[in-house]
Design a protein around this ligand. Sequence first.
Ligand code: SF4
Length: 426
Amino acid sequence: MAKTVGFYTLGCKMNYAETETLSRKMKDAGFQQVNFSGVADYYVINSCSVTEAANKKGRQAIRAAHRRNPQARIIVVGCYAQLKANEISDIEGVALVLGVKEKFNIVERIREYEEKQTVLSCVSAINEVDSFNPSFSCSERTRAFLKVQDGCNYRCSYCTIPLARGKSRNPSIASLVRQAEEIAERGVKEIVLSGINIGDFGQTTGEKFVDLVKALDQVQGIERYRISSIEPNLITSEIIDYVAQSRAFMPHFHIPLQCGCDEVLRLMRRRYNTDFFRKKIEEIQTKIPDVFIGMDVMVGSMGETDEYFKKSYDFVESLGISFVHVFTYSERENTDALKITPRVQESVRTERSVQLHALSERMHQDFYKRFDGQIRPVLFETRTKDGYQVGFTDNYIRVQAKIPYNAHNKIVPVRLEYKDGIMFGI
Ligand code: SF4
């Protein structure tokens, strides 16, 4: 009888794309996939280490799997596995810990484990990691996440991602075009380009990110692309100009600001200041007037005094963007940020997070209100229990509409009607 395996993914879209690749590899090797919440012979946990809370969730998932089936062999991969292999291999039930370089050899490592019957920890030093494993996920059926780049050469003082994922690397544009064609053949209409530092695309092949954008725009069958997140210093005018007139790249950017105060940006070792950031946002807004711009902002980072937070808050508010993804800083081992003072108390971090969430909500609603009454194309993806079909406009407005036919995976022009915080389609 086929051995069963359940997958559990934590963290970013990259991890989700990679879990799907792991599941395809195990399926090809004869494993049968079951729900993670059921009883399985193997459990694969694709972990994240972006915060201490993420590490904790990883440990909780391991314990939950072990409780469900104490005989099961648990395999832990992902960033937490790369950074804390010893800590993980001591947890009961864990059979294999696979680092960044080894995770895609999962089937071979399972065979090795079955021969030796001893816990295996296969984690290479991160500076030895230079391979790129193609991954995409299509589980949402209308939208796929395509991994176009991995790793990061930057050294932001608070971040452990370069330690967990290694240096910046990428496959060729030609191979990514082939993967996009394969995704299109499956009937998926939207692709989200994913990576750790996407704008740095080209470190391996010498190609440019904008040329990847231009090549993907030609792929038949893909109607929409979104760029998951791109560093502000790497969004060139050429990229903005191309997106402004492209066939399928949506008017949508997600740009990590991290803090709206120059003193803190310097402490974070970010590669821009607020003046540069503002000009970049204004350039995008001028060239693509209906654009949705989301931003990441971290609150409570080391050195963020009350005065600096206030500056950051006012800066974010002044930008007129559409949404803020708020992160709360958490201390990470082996990062230079730990040397920065003052450290912000947990209660103050929480309070700042509440304030920025409220600001984000207000900006998000203001953005929605601007489009009340307009007709925009919506790609329908899901349904609510009360009969609404739900999807997103080109500029990332969530719309729910009563449509007298099944609009799933179809792009339909709808008139938007804003009411009590919800955008309806009529
Ligand atoms: S750009 Fe900075 S924050 Fe982003 S992954 Fe690289 S080091 Fe981390």
